[in-house]
Structure formats: structure tokens, C-alpha cells
Design a binder for this molecule. Structure first.
Ligand SMILES: *Cc1c(COP(=O)(O)O)cnc(C)c1O
Length: 338
């Protein structure tokens, strides 16, 4: 039995999702004529209370399009130093939008209104113009940490005062939503744009959505084409997205419960020095200084457990819909040397 914990992107479509995909009605989406893509975009926009949405290939694409619409060359984006938009998108802020980045060192990737207010650039020819503030929820590199919504509201108040748009990289937003009282509508009210991944915890093969108002999504659609992301009969993939939004959100709690058990098992391992709090579906732990993450990951892999390094001594595990109780039992057996 292989235990796949490298990422929640490894999931395969469930039988119900495959049925939905095979029976999708499709058309050419570049012409705006794929009925299933249109249905997915309308459904997601409505869920969050936005006017419009755009279906794209990846979360990197939805984030990079959003940044490209919000900023122009020489402007500045404020985000946490652990942000995916900064660390894991190939330098896209610079390469695609020729913009600068102002990094904040937050708490496991979460930044505060007070921290942001200290670094927003004053109106002075020496400085870049702060044109976007971007948050990530949950924070991948922060071990799946999620925001307290009151902090997000404080950030929104600051953004309104300073007239700076607020973007959310919500690749795993639903993992936060199932743990907190807020609804997608609450998020729709405070952010100018939101990116959500369908291919992570929601379990589709491919796809992310960018949400915003009509004018924003109109521009985003142009940028998507320019980035080479215009696609044709994408309805087969959109059908998987519709299925995921209808059927695979509430079950994310199961992933969180299993992650919490993984965390307990790992913190009992002699090689593990520190475990980040397990808030959602991500488990990150630090090994003692004598052990390199790459060696530990290799050792686990030889025992059938797939994980990834997340730093010199850091290892990450992510639970998902193809990691079942049977996998968890097997994991426990292997880790306890049985
Ligand atoms: C996975 C991820 C993305 C997008 O990744 P793609 O692989 O491009 O879909 C964006 N932000 C965060 C926080 C992520 O974890």
C-alpha cells in the first residue's frame, strides 16, 4: 500500500465526479460558449456573492492574473514572506507584472492590519506605489494556519481607507471555511478578488477559479488569453468543479481529523524536534539538527510513505480525499515499527 501524503493535488476523480465529467455538455470557452464552464463560473460567483468568475488551469494562473490586473510595472504588492505568490510562482510578480514586493514576516504566514499599515509606502517619488495587499488562507508554508476573520476585517478597513485592493490566495480557503463560522459570502464581501483551487482538497483533476466584479473579470479574461490560458472544451473539467462544490466541501473536516492524528504520531517520533500546530490538513514538522529532511523523506519513502521536504530540516504531509482511515492505520503501523 502506498501512502500518498506529498500533496492534496494527488487525488483521482471519484466515480461520481467521473460520471459528471463524461456527461458534460461542452462548447468553445474562448468564444464563451461552453455551457458547463459558464455554469461553474456562475455557481462559484453566486456562492461567494461576487458578480463574476473565471475558470483557469491553476492557482498560479489565477493569482498571477489577479496581480496583473491589480498592479502595473513599478507598483508594489504587500504580502507575507511565506506567501505562495512570492515563493512558489516562479518569480511571476516580477516576470509577469514587473512589480515589486514588500514582505512582512507574520505569524505562520498570517499578517496583521498593524503590520501592513507600517509598510504601506508614503506618497513620495522615491518609493514604489503600494497597489495590492495579498493574503493567503489557509497558509501552505505556515502549516495550514487560518486567519481569525476579525483580523481580515481590520485589514479590509485599512485597505478601504488607503484605497488599496485586497486579494486572497484561497487555494485552500474551504479548509478554513469548514473550521470557522464564516461563509463564502463573508469572504466575498471583504476581498476585491479571490483565487480558489478546485484541484487541492476539493479533489478535481485540474482547475482554479478567480472571483471578482464584472469589470475585473473582463480584464482577467483578457490577461488569461495573453498568458496562453484560453481553453476550448474545458467543460469536461468544469463539470468536475461543479461536482466538487456540490459534494466535496463538507468532507474536508475528515482530512483535518486525520491530519491531527498524523501530527500526534509524528510528534512521538524520536527524530521529530517540533511539530507546527495542525489546524487543517497540513502537517509540518522539524527534525533534530542531525537529520536532513531529504534523508528522512527518503527513509519514509522506502517504507511506502510519500512526503516532501519543506526546508533543510522540515517535512510536510498533506491529507486529502484519497487518504482514508485504512491508510491512516497503515501509517500508524509503519511508524510504530509494526
Ligand atoms: C497550490 C497552491 C496554489 C496554486 O498552485 P497550482 O499548483 O498552480 O494550482 C496557490 N496558492 C497556494 C497557497 C497553494 O497551496
Amino acid at each position: 500500500m502506498t501512502i500518498e501524503l506529498r500533496s492534496d493535488t494527488f487525488t483521482k476523480p471519484t466515480p461520481g465526479m467521473l460520471d459528471a465529467m463524461f456527461s458534460a455538455k461542452v462548447g468553445d470557452d474562448v468564444f464563451g460558449e461552453d455551457p458547463t464552464v459558464n455554469e461553474l463560473e456562475a455557481k462559484a460567483a453566486k456562492l461567494f456573492g461576487f458578480e463574476a468568475a473565471l475558470f483557469c488551469t491553476s492557482g498560479t494562473m489565477t493569482n498571477q492574473i489577479a496581480i496583473n490586473v491589480h498592479v502595473k510595472q513599478g507598483d508594489e504588492v504587500i504580502c507575507d514572506a511565506l506567501s505562495h505568490i512570492y515563493l512558489y510562482e516562479g518569480g511571476g510578480i516580477a516576470a509577469n507584472s514587473m512589480a515589486s514586493v514588500n514582505l512582512i514576516h507574520g505569524n505562520r504566514g498570517r499578517i496583521t492590519a498593524a503590520q501592513i499599515s507600517e509598510v504601506i509606502q508614503p506618497d513620495n517619488v522615491h518609493h514604489p506605489v503600494t497597489k495590492l495587499i495579498s493574503l493567503e488562507n489557509t497558509v501552505n508554508k505556515g502549516g495550514g494556519a487560518f486567519y481569525d476573520f476579525s483580523e481580515i476585517k481590520a485589514i479590509k478597513t485599512l485597505c478601504e481607507k488607503q484605497k488599496i485592493p485586497l486579494h486572497l490566495d484561497g487555494a485552500r480557503l474551504f479548509n478554513a471555511i469548514v473550521e470557522t463560522p464564516e461563509t463564502p459570502q463573508d469572504y466575498g464581501q471583504v476581498f476585491d478578488s479571490i483565487s480558489i483551487c478546485l484541484s487541492k482538497g476539493l479533489g478535481t483533476p485540474v482547475g482554479s477559479l478567480l472571483l471578482g466584479n464584472q469589470a475585473f473579470i473582463k480584464q482577467a479574461r483578457r490577461v488569461r488569453k495573453r498568458f496562453g490560458g484560453g481553453w476550448r472544451q474545458a467543460g469536461f473539467l468544469a463539470a468536475a468543479g461543479i461536482y466538487a462544490l456540490d459534494n466535496q466541501i463538507d468532507r474536508l473536516k475528515e482530512d483535518h481529523n486525520r491530519a491531527s492524528v498524523l501530527g500526534k504520531i509524528m510528534s512521538a517520533q524520536p527524530e521529530v524536534e517540533e511539530l507546527l500546530p495542525v489546524d487543517t490538513n497540513i502537517v509540518i514538522f522539524r527534525l533534530n539538527e542531525q537529520i536532513l529532511a531529504q534523508d528522512y523523506v527518503k527513509k519514509l519513502s522506502e517504507k511506502g510513505i510519500q512526503t516532501v521536504t519543506f526546508g533543510k530540516h522540515l517535512v510536510r504531509m498533506v491529507t486529502h480525499l484519497d487518504f482514508t482511515d485504512d491508510h491512516l492505520e497503515e501509517f500508524e503501523r509503519v511508524m510504530k515499527g509494526g
